[in-house]
Design a protein around this ligand. Structure first.
Ligand code: GLU
Length: 392
């Protein structure tokens, strides 16, 4: 092998193209400040503050005690795949079988799906604003993220007519996320039907990230696009345990894909993480098959927190925000000269409150802040008081 003198080769162009994760960056900064002794209230990362329900923890402990610590097949524990298929059919109406289900962390599911389906130069339509990781996944796969502007006045919905205008011969996929991060928007059934028609008319794939599917408020219903007629063949539905069961650190979720796509995604799984953590999957099985009361209790608490934060927000004259219908984020617009990153850093510094600047979620998020209210009511009260006083 021959080496030439000069600069040591460093990062790939692929990685240089992508931004650091705005949510993880602010979480880490809040952590650093706390370590320095600051009394930071963190509304940064979207992580339920509840403990994982006991029976789930016990099931994983039992799996460890019973020696379930070896390799599994790449798609995951057969009983868990079966349970996910049953759940997706029963709750969302997606016509799937266990053989369509792959167990993997939700973020990994998105990455694997994009890597398995998007070619160099393919276009993927992504809501703007939307979660910080979608665009980097597309960019790392060599695709082009095409933002579809969503608007506060339209409750941040992904409107089919607006998506239609962006479709070109290069469009491969539309990425949806309802309930949405960072806006807490919930797509209407009419919009879902319209988006399904578009996908069929233009022969597109749909990646539907439904990780907040259980966290919907005011009696609203979540609709899965994979349940619409003819959509199972072209939809990859992704969801997970992190948000619904307070299992963020377990790194477990799933995807449901039509067979030919499943095979491709499974190759990526085999060659990357092999499979998701074995004993954790026993805990996840208990989550799906055990009592759902803890989920109902957590969702009820989230709705109360949403109501509280909306009430407190009205006391901040420079903030304006419609009531979100799902997930656990509010996304207020603020008045002021600072851009959203400067504003987030200013509030971290002056109010000792951590949150994420809206522009991390796309250009349409500028002049907004994302506040995760997955923390207790005392923190919500104190954090919003501090913001109000700092901005007064
Ligand atoms: N999805 C969560 C958030 O938006 C977790 C952090 C992340 O992976 O971005 O805060």
């Amino acid at each position: 092998m021959c080496f030439t003198a000069g600069a040591i080769p460093m990062l790939s162009e692929r990685v240089k193209r992508v931004q650091e994760s705005g949510t993880m960056k602010m979480k880490e900064l809040a952590g650093q400040k706390k370590a320095e002794g600051k009394k930071i209230i963190s509304f940064t990362v979207g992580e339920p503050d509840f403990d994982t329900p006991k029976h789930i923890v016990e099931a994983a402990k039992k799996a460890l005690d019973e020696g379930h610590t070896r390799y599994l097949d790449a798609p995951g524990l057969p009983a868990l795949r079966e349970a996910v298929a049953k759940e997706e059919k029963a709750s969302n109406g997606i016509p799937c079988e266990a053989s369509n289900v792959l167990i993997t962390p939700t973020k990994q599911a998105i990455f694997e799906t994009v890597l398995a389906t998007v070619n160099e130069g393919d276009e993927v339509i992504i809501p703007d604003p939307s979660w910080v990781t979608y665009e980097p996944c597309v960019q790392m796969a060599g695709g082009k993220a095409v933002p579809v502007r969503t608007r506060e006045e339209e409750q941040w919905r992904v409107v089919p007519e607006v998506v239609a205008e962006l479709i070109t011969p290069k469009t491969k996929m539309v990425l949806l996320n309802s309930p949405s991060n960072p806006c807490g928007a919930v797509e209407t059934h009419d919009d879902i039907r319209g988006l399904a028609d578009l996908a069929k008319d233009h022969n597109l794939l749909v990646l539907s990230d439904e990780v907040y599917e259980k966290i919907v408020f005011d009696g609203l219903k979540h609709h899965s696009i994979g349940a619409e007629p003819g959509m199972m063949d072209r939809t990859i539905t992704i969801s997970g345990f992190s948000k619904t069961y307070a299992m963020t650190g377990w790194r477990l979720g799933w995807l449901v894909a039509p067979k030919p796509i499943f095979k491709g995604i499974n190759k990526v799984q085999q060659h990357s993480i092999t499979h998701a953590c074995s004993f954790a999957q026993y805990g996840a099985l208990a989550a799906l098959t055990g009592p759902q009361e803890p989920v109902r209790a957590m969702v009820k608490e989230f709705q109360e927190r949403r109501d509280l934060i909306m009430k407190l927000m009205k006391e901040i004259p420079s903030f304006k925000c419609d009531t979100p219908k799902g997930a656990f984020y509010v996304f207020p617009r603020y008045e002021g000269k600072m851009n959203s990153e400067e504003m987030a850093l200013y509030l971290m510094d002056k109010a000792e409150v951590g949150l994420t600047g809206g522009a991390s979620f796309g250009p349409a998020g500028e002049q907004h802040l994302r506040i995760s209210y997955a923390t207790n009511k005392k923190n919500i009260q104190e954090g919003m008081d501090r913001i109000r006083k700092t901005l007064a």
